[in-house]
Design a protein around this ligand. Sequence first.
Ligand code: ADP
Ligand code: MG
Length: 451
Amino acid sequence: MTKDELWRAVLAQVQLSISSANFATWFKNTEIIEVDTNRATVVTSNNFSKEWLENKYHKLILKILHNLNPEIKEINYEVTKTKTKRELVASPLSSVQKTDQLEFQEFNIDRESSLNPRYLFENFVVGSFNELAHAAAQAVSKNPGLTYNPLFIYGGVGLGKTHLLQAIGNEILKNSPSKKVKYLTAQKFASEMISSIRNQSIENLKSVYRKTDVLIIDDVQFLAGKEKTQEEFFHTFNSLYENNKQIVLSSDRPPNAIHTLEERLCSRFEGGMIADISLPDFETRMAILKIKTQERKANLNPQVLEYIANNIKRNIRELEGALNQIIVYQKVNNASPGPEKVKELLKNIVSGPSQKATPKKIIQRVAEFYDLKEAEMINSSRKKEIVKPRQIAMYLLRKELSSSYPFIGRKFGGRDHTTAIYACEKVAKEIERDEKLKEEIEIIRQVVYRG
Ligand code: ADP
Ligand code: MG
């Protein structure tokens, strides 16, 4: 494996562990320029990134590098005086370097639209779990503003919401390059709003939004609790909607399960098309692995693919992460890993759920989901808004960790075991008839296992 391949493998894994904004900011224009027995030298294009890598990401980078190449025990960070290869590639003189340059498409984000060219309909696998969302997304790309408006797509982490949203944007731009498409996350929307209010440039910002033809906002659950942002968003939404401009939204849950989302926004979101993405079945997981293997021009033993598909069921991003690890291993060792090795390589990703969930994590995640403090879950309040989440947390402790009822009672401020039994039975019964509750609990489960 060359230095470039090694660094590419590191980037692929770093990308799984940090936000895409941080990834693009700190890892752009980095590369390994030397590996000399047990020390690798990583270069960055400026001092600032060097410091960040050293102070914030060193442990992560070293762990990954060491896993890939056990000889590496140290990393030396340097700022390069000359341009890094990747910067050179951006210049027109670079056709020669281009062939051996490690192109990392995460960095090729379009400035104006913020779209990543790697997310397309062509490489999006469709199965019954995402069929409706996919069909709606295609309809919207064909006739933006005219079919479903807004289009609201929801589903758990790593199941393809961002991919699908961006595919819509990319497709529209491909068909009508003059259209103004803008993609951003709800967090970005909120922070732009706040800083423009501070700089008194809110009118500017508003007019930018109102000039877009297609506004795509990812992860709108993050608007929860942000009243001022919601208000501004409401006006932007209306102005676009009235002018038949397309709005596309995503969230980890349906609009009515976003707590503290203003009623009027919720009903706007519900006014168009709502489509969910659920979990891919085995065949689809295999299809996704095959496509990604081809994209990486790798050749993997079918049994390895089956092992991955059998063991990673809830998150397509993790499916890809597992695949990357195997591909890298094969490259480094020039041989495909045996079943024991595969298990070992994937233990961080595959590790059975019950090893990762803890009572504390479950209580925290439930509290976060319902906008409560952890202490409120434990204390003796009998308010309805607290009793329900508390019961759900008890139910999850029982269900996910097989905790005993007396243990559950103790975890929740020394309650009696009969209280725990009552809570678990009540939630189990309600799930039977309340689809929305069932969905909420599934979302919480997923975030618990995410870490
Ligand atoms: P989400 O936004 O729902 O958390 P992403 O859209 O970021 O998930 O998807 C995670 C990863 O899985 C991405 O690399 C994406 O390309 C891939 N992926 C998700 N769904 C599909 C699919 N149906 N076909 C191919 N790749 C997919
Ligand atoms: Mg996403």
